[in-house]
Ligand binder design. Structure first.
Ligand SMILES: [Zn+2]
Length: 109
């Protein structure tokens, strides 16, 4: 399975939305102590999840920069990202100047 990377802030933001929802449900169920108790347990477990995500070391990755070869003339192409021109490079997978990935495909993956 290919390794996938996600932004820590995106995960924590999602958990915070769920936490806000749980807190609202706790307040709405003031007449039902057993439900409140269960919801508080859920919120505590969610807090544990948030802390666990915060504690995971960051991976050494950067966003993929994508580009494409723009045809200039016979045997000459230009990188759409850094605008550098090259000779006899059409078909290479990466720009030798900026490292842009020229393989196309989905921006998300
Ligand atoms: Zn480039």
């Amino acid at each position: 399975m290919e390794t996938e990377y996600v932004r820590r802030a995106d995960i924590i933001n999602t958990f915070q939305i769920w936490r806000t929802d749980l807190t609202q449900q706790i307040e709405e169920n003031i007449e039902f102590p057993h439900i409140r108790s269960d919801l508080k347990v859920c919120r505590t477990q969610l807090d544990d999840c948030i802390h666990a995500v915060q504690d995971i070391p960051a991976a050494d990755v950067r966003p993929v920069v994508r580009g494409e070869w723009e045809y200039i003339s016979f045997m000459t192409v230009k990188c759409s990202n850094c605008k550098e021109t090259f000779h006899e490079l059409e078909g290479d997978n990466f720009c030798p100047n900026c490292g842009a990935d020229m393989r196309g495909g989905n921006i998300d993956g």
